[in-house]
Design a protein around this ligand. Structure first.
Ligand code: HAM
Length: 429
């Protein structure tokens, strides 16, 4: 088949380039991160939204969407029924599609935790499959909602223990102010089109706002003199943005105005923001970002309602946690480890004891595979088990060693579960 690239046999059974497995013990931190976000979103009144991992291509590829994520990096393909579909590159479009389809009562407040797919050049903190937690509110245009979602995200980072995170804030204005600004920007940039290369000319034609985001030093120099977006807001958009800023100050959430902050999707209107981790490389320091997208539902054939939300890159946020030495989320010690000393280990006595202890919701484990007693004690130590129970054939009393004191107790088999439960859970006998 022409153009098909084959993977070398050596790589076939490795995770595809730009993807990674999330396995124990790292997966514990990942799960704790998602659980902490879910609990916080729940406290803010958001419900979980789970949408398909792929959508009809049009959900992402809407008229006017000219960004790299959508035009160059999307995993899109025809399925076996010849429908054009795409793996989701982000969560917002899917959530808004679900809103348009189901028309739930407004404001509709949802959160999610999901993988996203972008055919990017992989590097540390930039993957072809990455995970995000995020939140969206559809149908609430007031500035209080901007504050709520920013508070949800900013407070979440703080709750992880992150302190070196900067909140960058901008406003893209409403459709009217944005169109006026784009026209002014284009007029300002046009004289430079011939000298700044093809990419510049293409962006100038398609979406001059993207030029504000350029890393090319020659372009940056021109952009520094360009008119700035927040100076061109309509009175309504300016008043909204003022209220958001005043609200953030009142909530004690520090922010920096960043007039050249341009986010990676064309759907943004009004407030936009990004969280940058100072502990990460500047090229991949965005650990979260979001903003308003007031026309998106209408673009999908839905009602003309507002929307706002954010996405947080889980892998990147965890890299920031590592860099700051916070949110280690280490495994708690086991409550009980069972050392099996029986010569004939085929009987179910050990399984029964573990089953009974687990019925009490204790964290319990044992070694498997007929290991030596010494190896089993080693494993108990590695798990930092608070209590180790020694199981012997025919024993009426079992020896229980308490890790903190080194004390050994002889406890009748029929009382051992209650005995361990009381001590492990700290409840009085
Ligand atoms: P985004 O800025 O494209 O926004 O992605 C959100 C976050 O996901 C980024 O700040 C970053 O932490 C992480 N991220 C993005 N791409 C990658 C990648 N290739 N590898 C690793 N991490 C990555 C959105 O996706 C919007 N849906 C956010 C939003 C929600 N806006 C409104 N509501």
């Amino acid at each position: 088949m022409s153009g098909e690239r084959t993977t070398s046999p050596r790589d076939v059974f490795r995770a595809p380039k730009g993807t990674h497995d999330i396995l124990p013990p790292e997966s514990r931190r990942f799960a704790a991160f998602v659980a902490a976000f879910s609990a916080r979103a729940d406290r803010f009144g958001y419900g979980l939204a789970v949408t398909p991992i792929f959508e009809h291509l049009e959900v992402f590829l809407r008229v006017g969407e000219s960004t790299d994520v959508v035009t160059k990096e999307m995993y899109e393909f025809a399925d076996k029924g010849d429908r054009r579909v795409a793996l989701r590159p982000e969560g917002t479009a899917s959530v808004v599609r679900a809103f348009v389809e189901h028309r739930p009562a407004e404001p509709w407040k949802v959160f999610y935790s999901a993988p996203n797919f972008r055919y990017e050049r992989p590097q540390k903190g930039r993957y072809r499959q990455h995970w995000q937690v995020g939140a969206e509110v559809v149908g609430a245009p007031d500035p209080d909602v901007d504050l709520e979602v920013i508070d949800l995200a900013a407070g979440f980072f703080a709750s992880l223990g992150l302190s070196r995170v900067r909140l960058k804030l901008n406003s893209m204005g409403d459709a009217e102010s944005r169109a006026a600004y784009v026209a002014r920007l284009r007029t300002f940039l046009e004289p430079h089109a011939s000298s700044l290369g093809d990419d510049f000319a293409r962006m100038l034609a398609e979406n001059p706002l993207r030029i504000l985001d350029s890393k090319n030093p020659a372009v940056v120099e021109v952009v520094e003199r360009a008119p700035q977006l927040p100076e061109h807001l309509s009175p309504d958009a300016a008043a909204h943005f003022e209220e958001v800023q005043a609200g953030l100050q009142a909530l004690g959430i520090p922010f920096e105005l960043e007039p050249r902050l341009v986010r990676g999707f064309d759907y943004y209107t009004g407030t936009t923001f990004e969280f940058a981790a100072e502990s990460l490389d500047a090229a991949q320091d965005a650990i979260g970002g979001g903003g308003r997208y007031d026309g998106l539902a209408a673009e999908m054939g839905g009602p003309d309602v507002s929307g706002i939300g954010f996405g947080i890159g889980i892998e990147r946020a965890l890299l920031a946690c590592e860099a700051e030495g916070v949110f280690a989320a280490a495994a708690p010690p086991l409550d009980v480890f069972v050392v099996d000393k029986r010569i004939d280990t085929t009987g179910p006595e050990a399984a029964i004891l573990l089953h009974e202890l687990r019925l009490e919701d204790l964290r319990v484990d044992k070694a498997s595979g007929g290991r030596s007693e010494k190896a089993q004690w080693k494993l108990a130590a590695r798990h930092e088990a608070r209590f180790t129970v020694v199981l012997e054939s025919g024993a009426v009393e079992l020896t229980v060693r308490e890790r903190s004191t080194g004390e050994e107790h002889e406890v009748p088999r029929d009382l051992v579960v209650g005995w361990l439960y009381e001590r492990a859970s700290g409840s009085p006998a």
